[in-house]
Design a protein around this ligand. Structure first.
Ligand SMILES: [Zn+2]
Ligand SMILES: [Zn+2]
Length: 128
């Protein structure tokens, strides 16, 4: 299964995120010979889903292999799970996925927080 919804320039960036390496045979392969495979049965990318979980970067030979055998979904997902932190992070960046945005604690009144620390005597200033 191909990924028709991904523009060529994005495909290339996903492949580069995977360090231009086939995720099945682990061979370093020129970008032009690598293909993106969508793991069948994975849910369509909804808002909040992690799209890199349903994509594999494969060389032509392995891609054919995955379809002809076929390689079980479980094994395909195992490959995704073994993906390194940096590859995962770079793929998410390319695919525009932000894992849980960081929300600054804007509901905490810092001044009051410090006051309460002084009151508790837990914040000791040097030289006073
Ligand atoms: Zn495919
Ligand atoms: Zn391969």
């Amino acid at each position: 299964m191909e990924l028709p919804d991904l523009r060529p320039e994005k495909r290339i960036r996903v492949i580069i995120a995977a360090e231009s390496t086939c995720e099945l045979c682990r061979e370093y392969t020129p970008v032009s010979l690598l293909e993106l495979h969508r793991i069948p049965g994975s849910p369509k990318t909804r808002n909040g889903d992690d799209p890199q979980k349903s994509i594999l970067v494969l060389c032509c030979a392995c891609h054919e292999h995955v379809h002809v055998l076929p390689l079980s979904r479980k094994r395909q997902r195992t490959i995704v799970r073994k993906r390194g932190f940096e590859v995962r992070r770079d793929m998410r960046k390319v695919l525009g996925y932000k894992p849980k945005p960081y929300l600054p604690p804007d509901n905490i009144d810092l001044a009051r927080h410090y006051d309460s620390l002084f009151e508790l005597g837990s914040l000791v200033l040097n030289g006073t």
